[in-house]
Write a protein that binds this ligand. Sequence first.
Ligand SMILES: Cc1cc2nc3c(=O)[nH]c(=O)nc-3n(C[C@H](O)[C@H](O)[C@H](O)COP(=O)(O)OP(=O)(O)OC[C@H]3O[C@@H](n4cnc5c(N)ncnc54)[C@H](O)[C@@H]3O)c2cc1C
Length: 385
Amino acid sequence: MAEECDGGGALAGLRGFVRAAVVSAASDWDRAGMLPEGILAELGRRGWLASFLEPAEGGVGLDMVAYGRLHEELGCGCSSLRCAVTAHDMVAVAVRRWGEVGQRQRWLSRLARGEVVGAFALSESGAGSDVSAMRTVARREGDRFVLDGKKRWVTNGLRAGVFLVFARTAEGAGAFLVPRDTPGLTLSPMEPLLGTRAVGISEVTFEGCRLAPEALVGGVRAGLRFVLPAALALGRYAIACGCLGMARACLDAAIEHAGRPSASGVSLSSHQLVCRMIARMVAGVRAAGLLCRACGASLEAGAPGSVPEAALAKYFASGVAREVTADAVQIFGGEGCLQGNIVERFFRDAKVMEIIEGANEVLELVIARHGIHEYLAMAGGEGRD
Ligand SMILES: Cc1cc2nc3c(=O)[nH]c(=O)nc-3n(C[C@H](O)[C@H](O)[C@H](O)COP(=O)(O)OP(=O)(O)OC[C@H]3O[C@@H](n4cnc5c(N)ncnc54)[C@H](O)[C@@H]3O)c2cc1C
């Protein structure tokens, strides 16, 4: 399924790279709690960072369906790596969509090459789902902004060279590009995670960080209204495709395991109840794949419903990933509980996907509102005929 689109050749070698360089190492990265130095730069060299950017911007011009495939394949190998790319790309898409010419020139090609790692800093303690509770502030001082506050859960935080930071201003919520070497910015690692352990997660504290006017992306009221939705639509789609990848990997592993004859010569797949699990896994993976492709096409077309479509794809695919990874652990039995087994790692990673980039309950609200809106628009149209 995933072979059908190679982004005009830009994804050539992707599957082989993931098999050779990612699958074999992902358990070690998970244990170490950190991706290896240079892995993002390696992806950048291959054109797989901010890959939706046009060649003139430093990217390889992947369309959104091919972009989904990239995330699916990375997701098959290592959720931490896929999450790191997603967070990085969310910064790039925000700069591309809402940045001024000077910001685009300064950051985009460096992000695409992996010379600088991007991190997306929105969540705070007590302000995750409820972004209106955000306490980080940027107050004007002459033509500058002074940033104070603390962000938590910043993927790539420990390696990032630039942070896209959301903060309150007197006029509204803004988004600011904050280089790592800004005086007053400090990083502290967080406790080890349940899943996606290698994403280099950190807290980031800003104490009197003085920012040049060109740090502001998209205007002083644009942070939550425009910059955030653009980044979240891409991020949720990428997570959906990553979830599809991890579900696919677990399905393959479970089928392979279930087909092996036991000491008595009977394979697990000869049991009907095991077959039922496999049937559900196949159905889930197939359905998530269709939703991801539809979402990619909708994003590519710039369709008005593509933002809720991305919420739907993330919601559905993360649920499938949770169920499929859990069933895979079940089919592996005790082996599936051992650290180092791919299904054990993906089982932990999948749970995280239901929480990040909009907890699934929050996405249910988005999906329901959009569904109701569509229904009413259709019913109104029918009424007028
Ligand atoms: C591994 C990892 C990586 C992350 N990376 C980043 C990152 O790079 N950048 C960043 O900014 N953040 C990041 N986050 C933070 C993540 O986005 C938040 O954890 C998430 O938005 C949930 O916020 P919260 O943890 O504050 O939980 P809360 O907002 O307290 O929600 C807890 C639970 O309450 C329920 N809930 C909350 N609101 C509602 C509602 N309105 N209706 C119904 N139920 C609701 C949901 O079940 C939810 O799971 C990351 C988190 C993790 C675990």
